[in-house]
Design a protein around this ligand. Structure first.
Ligand code: PMP
Length: 396
């Protein structure tokens, strides 16, 4: 017999979530996650994926992955430190270092996993981490796992960061102090103030850690937020994911050779979880080559993003202060936001609503993620649907 306590716990909590309308029902796609998706038998313009450059469905990546499967099989067979390191894992890491302008890199099975791995491999209970209050969940969990003292910093508030860094340093309580931030914040699309962060880090000898999940492939001609600011030799940890602009799955740290050497002997997902599959590795490598060879997709992404932003703004929507392709359409009220997203869906646009607690109360929004794969016609159609639904609901 299975546990009655567990049954009671699940019944109570699931009912509670369902009662509050917070139980997320997931509808599976019946198509690839491209600019047009098929859902419940209907085709929709997709404005909700992180497939920034359209590479998730790119023929060149699919061919590379297929070849890799024929040559190496579908699984790596072991963790990296036993015999799950194939020559292509090493090549991918070399390519990542080249892409990020660092001495070396290490690949993990996901971006989430990478933050769990990297923070706790270096930080411990005698250390402190200054963490932006809007950092991604995987950064928060990685910090918690390390057992370091977590000091929350007001979002992109450099005075607050300086004050807290000074206090932590002068307390003499901590062996190491790290400052950790998203490169691009995923809900508003604003960019971390890296030049100021680096200045403060130099003043107080902080370890710098930038998770550029939403900046890589997007900023700095594709090389990311750190390159965008010309700070490649000033950031200790450059984190990236292979799952967004790169279009595949996986995560990585790029940095100095010694840091990577340490992560290879101390980061637990590297030591205890089976390595990336051959198809993932080779497809990711192909994506990075494409990004390094040409800025064409990057330019297309920005062109589409600017087009969508201008169209929504002209209609009178509040698109916030995004500095990147992430295009929030801020509605405010939570219920209205959800209704707006539902109606967009009925009219043919898939754009997810994001409400409290993911964003502060009263700032509910529909978040749009234009990509290089959208055509102007698709964006025009989406803008027309936004206009119709926006007027219907009295938002514009
Ligand atoms: N870090 C940040 C800043 C992210 O936005 C995400 C993706 N939501 C991740 C890490 C996790 O990356 P992955 O999907 O590769 O696990």
């Amino acid at each position: 017999m299975t546990s009655k306590t567990l049954d009671a716990f699940l019944n109570e909590n699931l009912e509670d979530l369902k009662g509050k309308g917070l139980y997320n029902v997931i509808d599976p796609l019946e198509s690839p996650n491209g600019p047009i998706i098929k859902l419940n038998g209907r085709e929709l313009i997709n404005l909700s994926s992180n497939n920034y450059l359209g590479l998730a469905t790119d023929t060149r990546l699919k061919e590379a992955a297929t070849e890799a499967i024929h040559k190496y099989g579908v699984g790596a067979g072991a963790v990296r430190t036993i015999n799950g390191t194939l020559d292509i894992h090493v090549k991918l890491e070399e390519k990542l270092a080249e892409f990020k302008h660092t001495e070396a890199a290490i690949a993990y099975q996901s971006g989430f996993n990478c933050n769990m791995a990297a923070i706790s491999a270096v930080m411990d209970k005698n250390d402190a981490i200054l963490s932006d209050e809007l950092n991604h969940a995987s950064i928060i969990d990685g910090c918690r796992l390390s057992k370091a003292k977590i000091i929350r910093v007001n979002h992109s508030d450099m005075d607050d960061l300086r004050e807290k860094a000074k206090e932590a340093k002068e307390s003499g309580q901590y062996n190491k102090i790290m400052v950790i931030t998203d490169g691009v914040f995923s809900m508003d699309g604003d960019i971390a103030k890296l030049p100021e962060i680096v200045e403060i880090a130099e003043e107080f000898d902080l370890i710098t850690y930038v998770d550029d999940a939403h900046g890589s492939g997007v900023l700095g001609d594709g090389a990311g937020t750190v390159k965008h600011f010309g700070l490649s030799d000033k950031i200790d940890f450059q984190i990236g994911t292979l799952s967004k602009a790169i279009g595949v799955v996986g995560g990585y740290v790029a940095g100095k050779q010694q840091l990577i050497d340490w992560l290879k002997v101390r980061s637990r997902p590297f030591l205890f979880s089976t390595s990336l599959t051959p198809a993932d590795v080779v497809a990711s490598m192909r994506a990075i080559e494409i990004l390094m060879e040409s800025t064409e997709l990057n330019e297309k992404l920005w062109d589409n993003a600017n087009y969508l932003k201008a169209g929504l703004k002209k209609l009178g929507f509040d698109i916030g202060e995004s500095e990147t392709p992430i295009t929030p359409c801020i509605i405010g009220d939570e219920v209205k936001t959800q209704e707006f997203s539902k109606k967009l869906n009925e009219e043919g646009v898939y754009a997810k609503s994001i409400v409290f607690p993911t964003v502060p109360k009263g700032t509910g929004r529909v978040r749009n993620m234009p990509s290089a794969a959208h055509t102007k016609e698709m964006l025009d159609q989406a803008i027309a649907i936004y206009e119709k639904v926006g007027r219907e609901l009295g938002i514009i």
